[in-house]
Design a protein. Structure first.
Length: 368
């Protein structure tokens, strides 16, 4: 009896052990064939991907991305647009090497061209601003490679519609000595480029609708123009502030007639030069702190008739405007045009303050 029970248990144990065999061994022949076919198909896909990437049946791109540097256009010295391109091969094809790019402003195409990617799918595009710049605003670059495309945007502000010539060494308390330079800090602006003080508006119209103050940003443009210096015979009026020195009515009205000197200037964003009427040319000095404005420094020798600066090419003596008009109130009137972009109309500006006084001073800083 005992041996029979053991035999019976052994049979059941055998059956349990047999039922725990592998899943594959229990599969039907048809199922095994399907599983093997699936595995083979996956392996085939991987092999095809590797083969077609190098020896594919068609040209194209799997992915494409365009990147313009986030600081593009913010440096005063920026004069060219730089963009980087990255592309990958399609799953069953070869990477196309030549693509197209366009640059748009307000929906209108301003420039176009072609680019080539290397074996790693990398490329770059470099373009001078002047080849596509219209006016201040958002520019959109679009690249196409095969059936893929990508876009990126950049804000460029290189157009100015106004200028202020700040007299950095005149505060109205004392006159400027004729033996001291007149330092003119040129500040170019465009009214739509700026920020809303204590407000969230991004346009001047919306900012003013919120009864906030719109503060224009300084711009580093490409411009050429003139600084005309006018004289008004008047003694130094002590104890006067901005309301006096910034008011034409206290100085015979707006500057008019023949200027006592005309200075020509030419600015290329972060550099430039200016020339006196006698032909002498001087390289501008930049202010090395934001907003990186440029200075015109009227040399004290240009006022001093005792210094012999025979710089005229024809041998004639310099015309020092202090010798012509002498002491008095002087004003600077500026005119300029933008060197590229669609708007070529002349713009104007004044010194700030509008008037300053020039004379030969004594030790106490007052006029002789």
């Amino acid at each position: 009896m005992q041996s029979g029970a053991e035999e019976e248990w052994d049979d059941e144990d055998w059956e349990d052990t047999d039922s725990g065999s592998t899943f594959v061994s229990d599969m039907s022949v048809a199922s095994k064939m399907k599983l093997a076919g699936g595995v083979a198909f996956v392996i085939l896909l991987l092999l095809c991907s590797m083969i077609f990437t190098n020896f594919g049946f068609y040209f194209g791109a799997g992915s494409l991305s365009l990147l313009i540097d986030v600081n593009e256009g913010k440096d005063p010295g920026d004069k060219t647009l730089n963009a980087n391109i990255m592309a990958t091969s399609p799953t069953f094809g070869i990477l196309t090497k030549e693509g197209d790019y366009t640059i748009h402003f307000n929906g209108a195409k301003q420039a176009s061209g072609k680019f080539n990617v290397n074996d790693e799918g990398r490329s770059s595009i470099t373009m001078d601003y002047e080849t596509f710049f219209v006016t201040n605003g958002v520019y959109t670059m679009k690249v196409e490679l095969g059936s893929q495309e990508s876009t990126d945007t950049v804000i460029l502000n290189r157009f100015a519609d106004s200028v202020s010539a700040e007299l950095t060494n005149f505060d109205g308390d004392y006159p400027l000595d004729k033996d001291s330079p007149v330092i003119i800090n040129l500040q170019f602006m465009e009214e739509s480029v700026g920020s809303c003080v204590n407000g969230d508006s991004t346009t001047k119209t919306d900012c003013e609708a919120e009864e906030r103050i719109w503060k224009s940003d300084y711009i580093n443009p490409w411009v050429s123009g003139t600084v005309k210096i006018y004289h008004y015979g008047n003694g130094f009026n002590e104890g006067q502030g901005e309301s006096y020195w910034n008011d034409d009515s206290d100085h015979g009205g707006s500057p008019d007639g023949t200027p006592v000197e005309t200075i020509q200037f030419d600015i290329n964003s972060d550099g430039g030069s200016y020339s006196y009427s006698n032909g002498k040319t001087i390289v501008m000095e930049a202010v090395e702190i934001p907003p990186y404005n440029l200075n015109i420094i009227i040399d004290e020798n240009h006022f001093d008739t005792s210094v012999d600066n025979d710089d005229n090419e024809d041998g004639t003596p310099d015309d020092y405007f202090y010798e012509v008009e002498g002491k008095g109130d002087y004003s600077l009137v500026l005119e300029f045009t933008n060197d590229f972009g669609e708007d070529t109309f002349s713009k104007d500006g004044r010194s700030y303050w509008k008037w300053f006084h020039l004379c030969e001073t004594k030790n106490d800083g007052k006029c002789e």
